[in-house]
Write a protein that binds this ligand. Sequence first.
Ligand code: ATP
Length: 361
Amino acid sequence: MGSEGVTGGGREPPVALELEGVSKLYAETTAVDDLSLSVREGEFFTLVGPSGCGKTTTLRLIAGFESPTAGTVRFRGVDVSGTPPEARDVGVVFQNYALFPHMSVGENVGYGLNFADPPGGVSRERRVAELLELVDLAGFEERDPEKLSGGQRQRVAIARALAPGPDVLLLDEPMSALDAQLREHLRVQVRAIQRELGITTVYITHDQEEALAISDRVAVMRAGAPEQVGTPTEIYREPATAFVATFVGDNNVFDGEVHAVGETVASVAVGGETLEVATAGHEVTAGDRLTFCVRPENLRVDATTNALETAVSSAEFLGETSRVHLAWGGRDLVIRTPEPREGRVVVGFAPEDAHVIDVGR
Ligand code: ATP
């Protein structure tokens, strides 16, 4: 559903910003490594990945706070390499609020209007009031930002970034300092605001669940470059690599040798068992090595197809479901069950619930 506004209807919006072959080297670190990606007009695009994979550096390259060691950054097709941040028409929100403490909320929101006229020819006061209303803080103009909650401060920071009417909104882990409940609430608000304005947005998080929940498309980054770019459903259901498969949500990755190949299913030898795996879209022949994954929710207790006899090693009660860790041969598997389990458990999966990640010759 999330991608409909952008990819639905057959006609894709034009590219709003583009990085082509971009690298950023610091003394002995390659922070961004030959990265290419493009973000369309109105798209909510998220960079997700583990600490140190280059997310913040990529955002700083887009904003113009850093210049690339190699490669090109383009806004609407125009090379912006020589364009300073203040001339790039971007609004930036950082994780640590960064509001001006000696200014009121209204002065904070209006700050960018000292350098640019409010869009739409409205007065400064009107623009500030509109934005405070947009972030659900109507009437907060005179308040002291120091006396606001973390979530309120981040909403002021978003209003301040949006006030001059930028073409692109950049958000660097804006919710990481907030508690889990507030984070979930604020992400719904951020998404609603983004949709209402239709503003091209690049969002950074290390939280893969947040990335899936909020985005039109996601780039899963590793070691300075995206390992896969896709819609949340593509990333979750069709991970391109074992890293993506296990970074985004729980997963069970298997690896074995193909024994026999049918029309749609291959028989794969894994840990002394022969497992049937759907091979849709992949060319597979006997003798190949096959890497595939099965999500925990598709590994079902007491299923008779691809049945594996396992022993529970631990279980976490999560409320709605439990996450149960299983030992099978020397491997760890994970499943979801309504209640925590113990003892021995037989789990199995339908061949079409396996997703092939890689075929090696
Ligand atoms: P995190 O989630 O921890 O913020 P990140 O994915 O945003 O990480 P970056 O901050 O972009 O990662 O950093 C990428 C790499 O570049 C890291 O190894 C980091 O130590 C290094 N790096 C970033 N900025 C600098 C700098 N100014 N000087 C030297 N090295 C840097």
